[in-house]
Design a protein around this ligand. Structure first.
Ligand code: DGL
Length: 275
């Protein structure tokens, strides 16, 4: 039964999840969404497993307290390092009816449909790469695929600093593309396995070999959520549908609003949240 306010919670360490939210809102506009960016503690990409788990769980609990029945971890690092524990260890005691979903599984379930050479590449944060989550999940759906990962530790700080198109950024984009393709020249499909990276898409496309497909995670996740809601009417009927979009940030709301439109593509009016 629909509650008055039961938005879909969307969580990220900072701004990156807005690239996912944008696609969710486009694909499923009728739902309410509550976005939480943990900007005060971003970036997560270089943090330990335990720290990412603690921070993510704290934010998920907050979204639950605000009325969310369903939370999407729109952050690859949190999906890689915190999702499994939250699903298996915390949800049963917190509230067995609530659900937390990530962005890695929907992506890895379709990647094999795009590659012709069976060689795929992943650009991601150091945390996501060292968790091995992409490799493990891809093996489950497509055991014959060869997966090559490249950690790009400078990309998130450059994006967060709004340095999207200058020589320094171009240097780091070229460097990681070269390092990925040094691992295999047969790679024909590449995933941007960090929700920040779509902002570097024009530069990445400029330096990626012309015949390589660059997959957009946002639309894949949106399609996956649509499918999930179709298969889970018990969850779908609980979600409120007034097309509200609310935003919370653990850092300055003013600063969030200035930066957020770059990622979300439209104006944002956020509130500060003290954790
Ligand atoms: N947006 C996060 C991701 O998708 C990474 C940003 C960060 O390092 O906090 O992995």
């Amino acid at each position: 039964m629909e509650k008055t306010y039961s938005p879909i919670g969307v969580f990220d360490s900072g701004y990156g999840g807005l690239t996912i939210l944008k696609e969710l809102v486009d694909a499923l506009p009728e739902y309410d969404y509550l976005y939480l960016g943990d900007n005060a503690r971003a970036p997560y990409g270089s943090r330990s497993f335990d720290t990412v788990y603690d921070y993510t769980l704290e934010c998920v609990k907050h979204l639950f307290d605000k009325g969310c029945e369903l939370v999407i971890l729109a952050c690859n690092t949190a999906s890689a390092k915190a999702l499994r524990n939250i699903q298996q260890r915390d949800l049963p005691s917190l509230d067995p009816k609530k659900r937390v979903l990530g962005v890695i599984r929907p992506t890895t379930e379709v990647i094999g449909n795009y590659t012709k050479t069976n060689h795929v590449g992943i650009f991601a944060t150091q945390g996501t790469v060292s968790s091995g989550s992409y490799v493990i999940e891809i093996q489950k759906s497509f055991p014959d695929l060869n997966v090559y990962q490249e950690a790009c530790p400078m990309w998130v700080p450059l994006i967060e600093a709004n340095e999207l198109n200058n020589e320094g950024t171009e240097y780091f984009v070229k460097k990681h593309i070269n390092q990925l393709f040094t691992q295999s020249k047969k790679i024909d499909s590449v995933i941007l396995g960090c929700t920040h990276y779509p902002l570097l898409r024009p530069l990445i496309e400029k330096h990626l070999p012309a015949d390589v497909l660059l997959l957009a995670q946002g639309s894949i996740v949106a399609h996956g959520l649509k499918d999930y809601l179709f298969r889970h009417p018990e969850m779908e009927t609980m979600l409120s549908k007034h097309s509200n979009r609310d935003f919370l940030t653990t850092d300055s709301a003013e600063q969030f609003d200035q930066q957020a439109s770059l990622f979300f593509g439209r104006e944002v009016n956020s509130k500060h949240l003290s954790l």
